[in-house]
Design a protein around this ligand. Sequence first.
Ligand code: DQA
Length: 137
Amino acid sequence: MKIQIINGPNLNLLGVREPEIYGNNDFEHFLEQLRKDYPEIEISYYQSNVEGFMIDKLHEVGFAYDGIILNAGAYTHTSVALHDAIRSIPAPVVEVHISNVFQREAFRHHSMISPACKGVICGFGLTGYRLALEALI
Ligand code: DQA
C-alpha cells in the first residue's frame, strides 16, 4: 500500500512554530516512528509552502497511490484550487489538522477542502496523521 502525506504552508516549522498549539515535535522525527510502526506501508512525505506545488503533488500521486493524508495548513480555509485538485484525482484524501481548528479563530472554522475529502481529523496533534493512516488502511 502506498500512502502520501502532504503538509502545506508553515508546517516545515513544526516543533518550532507556536509550540503551545502545534507541539514540540518536528515532523521528520514523528515520520520515522510512523514508518517503523507500519513497515508494510510505503509512506511518502512532501511539504511545500506553495499552493501550486501542492496541487502538482496531488496530480502526481493521485492516480498512483492508495491514499493521501493532507494537512493543507492555511490553504484549507482559502483554496478552491486545492478543492478542485482533490476532486480531480481518484485517490481518497483525508484532511488532517494538528490543532482543533473549531476552538480557534472563526476564520479557521470553514474548510474549502472538506467537501472534497473522504474524511476530516482535527485536534489530536500529530496522532491525527496516524488516525488518518489507520482510516485509509
Ligand atoms: C492547521 C490549522 C490551520 O488553520 C493553520 O493555518 C495551520 C495548521 C493545523 O494543523 O492545525 O497552518 O492546519
